[in-house]
Write a protein that binds this ligand. Structure first.
Ligand SMILES: [Zn+2]
Ligand SMILES: [Zn+2]
Length: 277
């Protein structure tokens, strides 16, 4: 079975992507999934695009974007499912330390199949926008990595999520600390994910479209998770239909090389394992 459990419901428009939370927009993703042999897809719009989450945000970047309606988004995804394709309802949720209760209270009102937990910034400083900006401007590589993985382990421990997305996003610009430091982050993170209980990690082809040019996560982190029986999902992080299921042969090859033979399928936040590929 092949699942693509991370994509953003948009419509390509003149060189950029426009939010389009409609069943028709979802169907364009479904078409590509069918073409590429993907059996099931899951939409996971960013949590900060919705006015229902406004009270969680303080930065203009988020406040400018939280104008869309979460009910409309959920209805569009559920309607796409009714039109006869296994489309799952998800959300990509930025982990905001200290706001776990508020996050939980907003999210519990919707019929999610799964929730992705993501770390894109630390204390308001992005790590994935620009290698000369955000956290990179303030700290050496080793410290950026340390802070990123501390936040990611916090997301694991929060108990709010079903999957950790792009689990070593911090390598996005190809910068890495020493091999010993990388190994330590992998082991400690795998420990935290294992301790969280029912939590999967995502094998994402998004990194292939970024400067690093690699699947997230590193084989080392994936192997550390495999040793602890942490399950996986596969994902493209598509923002346009054409990226659905893209490069999945590489993701599945990496997962197999790390020892995985199953992939996680979610229904209403219940996980089960299916044969991978
Ligand atoms: Zn993300
Ligand atoms: Zn995403």
């Amino acid at each position: 079975m092949i699942v693509d459990y991370h994509m953003h419901l948009r419509r390509p428009a003149d060189g950029y992507e426009e939010i389009d939370h409609t069943p028709e927009a979802a169907e364009r993703f479904v078409e590509i999934a069918r073409e590429r042999g993907v059996d099931e897809i899951g939409f996971t719009e960013h949590v900060y695009y919705f006015r229902q989450t406004r009270e969680l945000w303080t930065k203009p970047y988020n406040l400018d974007r939280c104008v869309h309606d979460l009910d409309r988004y959920c209805d569009a995804v559920l309607e796409a499912r009714r039109r006869a394709f296994p489309v799952k309802l998800g959300l990509e949720v930025d982990f905001v330390p200290g706001r776990e209760r508020e996050l939980h209270d907003v999210l519990e009102q919707y019929p999610w199949d799964f929730l992705l937990g993501s770390v894109h910034e630390i204390e308001g400083h992005p790590i994935d926008h620009d290698p000369g900006e955000g956290l990179w401007k303030h700290f050496p590589t080793e410290e950026v990595w340390r802070r990123y993985f501390i936040a990611l382990r916090g997301a694991a421990r929060s108990g709010l999520f079903d999957v950790l997305s792009h689990p070593d996003l911090v390598k996005i610009f190809g910068r890495r600390p020493s091999a010993d430091a990388v190994l330590l982050h992998h082991e400690e993170t795998a420990d935290a994910v294992e301790a969280a209980g029912a939590l999967a990690i995502e094998v994402s082809t998004a990194g292939l479209r970024k400067p690093v040019g690699e699947v997230y996560p590193d084989r080392g982190l994936l192997e550390a998770c495999r040793r602890r029986d942490v399950p996986i999902t596969t994902a493209s992080d598509a923002h346009v239909p054409d990226d659905v299921g893209r490069h999945f042969d590489e993701a599945i090859h990496l997962a197999r090389a790390a020892g995985y033979s199953t992939v996680t399928v979610f229904d209403q936040r219940q996980a089960r394992q299916e044969p991978l590929g």
